[in-house]
Design a protein. Structure first.
Lengths: 112, 447, 447, 447, 112, 112
């Protein structure tokens, strides 16, 4: 199993969720994050004080998938989240040793 | 006793021409109108009436900032809340200056049935602290009325919030106030010769002048500005219903200045307007909540707050002439009908009127205007009509239709001109990022 | 001059029976009371007094929405804030309508020592804009008093916030106002023949009628509704202390309408109530902060805000009859004792009174009621007592005890009836999710 | 007719000495001043004037809480918002008590050109509800003026927010009010013999007394307290611009009590102050926004709100003596100059004045004070000067310079004393954690 | 070492923390997240606009544990967080290559 | 590639970001979290109710780095985030199987 972590533009959430759903992923967990990267920020000005804001609002999506669903999930996210402009985000993949469903105690792929 | 100075001022005005005198006036030069101390043989104004009108004036300000600003600001997304607050505040301020410059003059001096004179009392010339307007200091009447102009213009901005350019709002406001608001005031409130006053319309505190007028402008504006990105697909929720609630509450509180202040005195008529406003608003809250509870299963906070505003809008034209039970009926009707205004009717109209300026202010205003013709009748608890209920309802309906037509035309022209000169909408990317950062360089909240 | 129409109305009332006439009235039919224009030979009301009472009325509204709503709303968790706002707004609105329907009549018409007539002035019949109530337009007196009824009922909801069903709140409110609030008003304020007025109680603006009454109802209600899930185990913190602070501030501002407005005139008595209210509140803030600083090491914002409210509650019965130094003493006492009310006493009572309606309003109200009997004496700076301090303190104490007893019984019956008819609490799962979504279908905040 | 009792009281005072009598007074003992009921042969106060002054008093309270508290509270970081709210509320409350204890006496009784007597009317002795102060109940004048003292002290705390110890704020406040605020009131407002009144200064509602005074105290205080950790390096942003906006709005609304209330009557002068305040504020908003739009490209919400306050500050001394066009000019000037006050000038001064108390209140106050000398002239639309414009401008300038000098010295001494006694700043670690938790044991927000 | 990531119901936090404490886990990091899965959401209605809210508030708990403590930690979380109703959440486990305590520079199990 | 997750004190963010920048890390993602560990909390008091707050505000920084940059990044964070007092935080490292840049579809080290 893999744990896919994608950092995306906030307004793409619904599209990504739908795309993942079509790719067979039925659960995911979303976190509001701030991202720093190539995408340029903006300046804010409060009376005399000017600040450059480099950290931009992004959403982080985590979803655990089976090895089989993995490729499809990656493609789904990429397709749904891309706009082609700097700042579209990244996907990180790590190996998942174990998954457990708290309610039932099921483990492994059954728990997804 | 100010006549010589005033006349001298007049002469200089005429010699210099308006533009120059405006500039001079702004620089504070050559405005000799107030030369006498107010207490030198001043007329005795009734202190109780003055006290109430001072209070009423600040109450209407309270309705705008923070009232209306929060009411609208809570309904938009967090990335646009400051843009709404700025728009409301700056629009109001610009209109106050415009009112002093030529608005008061154009609304309340002689002229024809549609407009007063743009110059007679421009920059309030000739008005001293002692000037009397029906028993009140004229300056007090000027400032009280200035807040009405300001709030009406501010009401409109709720309709195209979250995507409009700030400069477009300002240009549109100046055009719209000049050609839609000022003539409406003149037609209804400037005296017997005003076009709609002459038709016999009853509009105590501004059902047509303020609410229908603003509501129609909002609807037409929303059409031209177009829908928000993601409208109907993404979840576009109010970012702070408590702010909207605070706003609605302050609208209610301030509206007593609006309605009872329109009696222009602290008398029995103001007392009547007071209780009517209280009862109609409570009825609006109950009606909206009830309709929501029945039709959707759950009465909401946004609904209850909206019901209060609907009740307030409904009773505005009626406050001085119906009885408390009439006010109750109007509040119930306005509350119930406006639920439809922001649901069924809104879907029908297919405009993205962000804060439902049309659905609440125009719809509630129309309900109120027409029912005013009914419940003002003595047989229904009102203070009495000069004509039959039927005739009065027709006068009210005519005024409503006329207001809609006039306002729709002016709004269309004003918005087309604005679009031509500065454009209406920010870019798609800017809209995504939010107007607060893009147009105003700030974020509303920081943790 | 309205007599014929009014009489006709009366006749129809009697013929049709109350229910039908209610329905008719709601439809706006057959209410001819205001038929004459207010200016036709109108009595001359003192414009200054009218101005102040108009202002006072809207100030009491300001206390409720947004004041009290925010004061309570800030104290609950974010998932329940809207439920508190809706409850306060809708409860207030329902009570306004109830007041117009039969509340004013039952409170302020003749009747016996405990109740007035439920029908004499039902739907305000017979009251015209010219009707005079001790020199004020009666309609103004009606609307001023309506806000007192509304705020008292709204005060109670703070006690069982975060778990009660919305319909239970409404049903309870109607029962409680009818059988606890209306008779208390009648007993204290309707004239010499009222049960407690007759005993010689001094209650200028509502220490017993409003605060002890609401506080006891809150405590009894909290017992029956039961504790919130996780109470005493999980951290249940205020979600927005700034909202509570804003609420307390607006309570202070609005309370001048409540206290100085109770003079029913803009005179020396109102001025006395004004300074007393200012001083007592400042003293309440200082006392609460001091006690917290000494006992806990850190004076808190919630504490300072609560101290303001405690001071206000304390001075309410006293505002018109003690001197500023007496007010100062009452404010200090109320502020200090209420810290105990929400700490030691609260732990003793073991009720989960969410917003400490009992600990602040009942406790502060009792302190104030009794000290009013002390500091009203001329030797202590007051305007003077008719009896000895001891006798007056006994009159005050008797009133307090009587209020507690009456209110406890009525509240118990009202809540048992409510429980039987609609149930009191939402389900455990719903309580976890929060009332905003479950009862009102909304979330307060969106980022 | 109260003379015997009052005299008896005086005798006891003198016998017991002040400290004891204070203690007694706080215990409510031995204050017989109000012994007569207010209606026993009471003088007839003009109800309209009383109504307006009651209203004005609560409006100034509204400026402080929640107005100023939110205006400042929104500008600080979320971890310090409660500390600002508490400071404003408790400072205000302490000053109210101080005012009753000896402030009113020291400011408004005879004495010399700089101070009144600290004991003559200490604890308001001798003042009954019937006492007359220029046609108003003296108690009303006392309470109206108490709010001025309270707000001025509260204004100062904005300058050293986010790092000062709470007890330091309180000790400083008591010293500063006693030696900076009370004498300034005495010098300007207590009568012809006051030092600055004698020089002919025009300060209608407190340009020097309130705003320059507070602004200088803020600047000096900010120097001594030192910069916030991370100032100039980390992003220290307002945590809630909407709160600041609400605060500014309520300042505007309440300021009508401040300015038009300073007419001490509901008359033509109040009406003039009303329109001037409205117009100058609108002009301040427009000017600040315009300057920002031109110089930074984007007009901001914080800017528009600040512009409103700048306009209000500017027009404060002028409100009763300039005409609306003069007010417009002052508003524009104050709005524009204050942008520089919080930008260029601030960088020059290198002080970390958290909420720009200096940049807005002192700078705007100076602009207003001097232009008052210009636009009060009859030739420029004012009510007229007794001397030439040049002479008046010099009187105004002298007052400004004198106020700056007096206030700077007193503030320095007061803050040095405070530093010696309790220390000024919290520890570095505490500052990082935030004053809310450290000084008050609370968090403002909980999700 | 393992990194355990558990998504749980918010009101279970205190119980889970205590259970973990008893299992010998002394540190953890909590994030507010929104979860999408089998658990049904609710609808919200703002005037005319109705929205189905599928993302429900959850808490994400991350704790790094030694291989020995791992089993006990898993059981502790499961026991404390379960209610038996849909939406109890999931546990994800990944292998931890390295842990470092910033204050001291300690690494590995010592850093926990 | 490695995924570095660091939990730090909030006010250290800017320093850490700069240090990482100097170490060649050009992107990172930040989350607001609450941490529980050895660092002592504080008590809060609301009227009669006293609560011990054990969860303290921290920031979680996630950055994906190449194996080469890994050591330098670790050192950069450690140096910039340390104050020497309890509560400085921890760094966790897991192996990253894959990285993908959504905008371009690039994968692996190119995507960083
Ligand atoms: N090395 C990295 N580690 C963790 N997060 C990263 C890294 N690089 C980028 N990100 C995240 O991805 C977001 C987008 O990256 P950015 O460089 O702006 O654009 P793009 O993804 O188009 O290359 C950033 O805001 C940040 O949240
Ligand atoms: N495949 C997944 N990847 C990541 N998070 C998941 C996944 N499936 C479920 N979750 C998280 O677990 C939570 C509970 O899942 P849900 O399906 O609703 O109930 P249950 O855990 O009882 O099966 C979700 O809200 C989501 O946060
Ligand atoms: N075992 C762990 N798993 C996950 N996060 C941890 C763990 N131990 C500590 N943390 C995180 O690191 C932060 C700092 O830990 P703490 O024990 O307080 O101090 P120090 O890092 O100086 O040892 C905690 O607040 C928590 O967020």
């Amino acid at each position: 199993m893999k744990l896919i972590t994608a950092v995306i533009r906030p307004f793409k959430l619904d599209e990504v969720r739908e795309a993942l759903g079509e790719a067979g992923v039925t659960g995911l967990t979303v976190t509001e994050v701030k991202g720093f990267g190539r995408q340029k920020g903006h300046t804010e000005l409060y009376r005399g004080a000017e600040y450059v804001v480099d950290f931009l609002p992004k959403l982080k999506i985590e979803c655990a998938v089976t090895d089989e669903a993995y490729e499809a999930a990656l493609e789904a996210i990429t397709a749904a989240a891309a706009t082609g402009k700097v700042g579209d985000g990244k996907i990180f993949v790590v190996a998942l040793e174990q998954v457990l469903r708290i309610r039932t105690g099921e483990i492994g792929a059954d728990a997804l | 006793m100010n006549s010589i100075q005033t006349r001298g001022w007049t002469t200089r005005m005429q010699a210099a021409g308006l533009p120059l005198s405006c500039a001079l006036a702004l620089l504070g030069v050559s405005t000799g109108a107030l030369a006498q101390a107010p207490d030198a043989a001043a007329p005795a104004f009734d202190s109780g009436n003055v006290a109430w009108m001072l209070t009423s004036t600040l109450l209407v300000l309270l309705m705008v900032v923070p009232g209306l600003a929060l009411f609208y600001g809570g309904m938009v997304r967090a990335k646009n809340v400051l843009s709404v607050l700025v728009q409301v505040l700056v629009v109001f301020s610009v209109v106050i200056l415009l009112w002093v410059a030529y608005g008061y003059s154009a609304a309340f001096t002689g002229g024809n049935a549609f407009f007063g004179s743009f110059t007679d009392k421009a920059f309030l010339r000739g008005i001293t602290p002692d000037s009397d307007a029906d028993g009140l200091p004229e300056l007090l009447f000027v400032v009280f009325q200035s807040t009405f102009a300001g709030i009406t213009a501010a009401l409109v901005v709720g309709a195209f919030a979250e995507r409009i350019k700030f400069c477009a709002v300002l240009l549109f406001t100046v055009l719209w106030v000049t050609f839609a608001y000022l003539p409406m005031v003149h037609m209804v409130w400037s005296g017997e010769d005003g076009f709609l006053a002459h038709k016999g319309v009853i509009d105590f505190a501004g059902g047509t002048v303020v609410h229908i007028n603003a509501g129609i402008a909002g609807l037409v504006g929303a059409y031209f500005v177009g829908k928000r990105l993601g409208y109907g697909r993404e979840a576009i929720k109010p970012h702070s219903v408590p702010f909207t609630f605070i706003g609605a509450s302050l609208l209610w509180v301030g509206w007593f200045g609006f309605n009872a202040g329109s009696a222009l005195a602290a008398d029995a008529s103001a007392a009547l307007a007071m209780i009517n406003t209280m009862v109609a608003t409570a009825a609006g809250v109950v009606a909206w909540s009830l309709v929501e509870a029945i039709s959707k299963g759950r009465p909401s906070a946004l609904g209850a707050a909206s019901g209060a505003v609907a009740g307030l809008v409904g009773v505005t034209p009626a406050a001085g002439s119906v009885g408390p039970i009439g006010a109750l009926a109007i509040g119930l009707a306005a509350g119930a009908v406006c639920v439809w205004g922001v649901n069924g009717l809104k879907r029908l109209l297919r405009a993205d009127d962000t804060a439902d300026v049309f659905g609440v202010h125009a719809v509630g205003g129309i309900v109120g205007a027409i029912l005013t013709g009914v419940f003002s009748d003595a047989s229904l608890g009102g203070t009495g009509l000069d004509v039959s209920i039927g005739a009065q309802v027709w006068a009210q309906t005519f005024s409503v239709l006329f207001t809609i037509a006039w306002c729709a035309v002016v709004t269309t022209l004003a918005i087309l001109l604005t679009r031509a000169v500065v454009g209406l909408r920010v870019s798609e990317e800017d809209e995504r990022q939010g107007l607060d950062i893009v147009s105003h360089g700030e974020s509303a909240y920081e943790k």
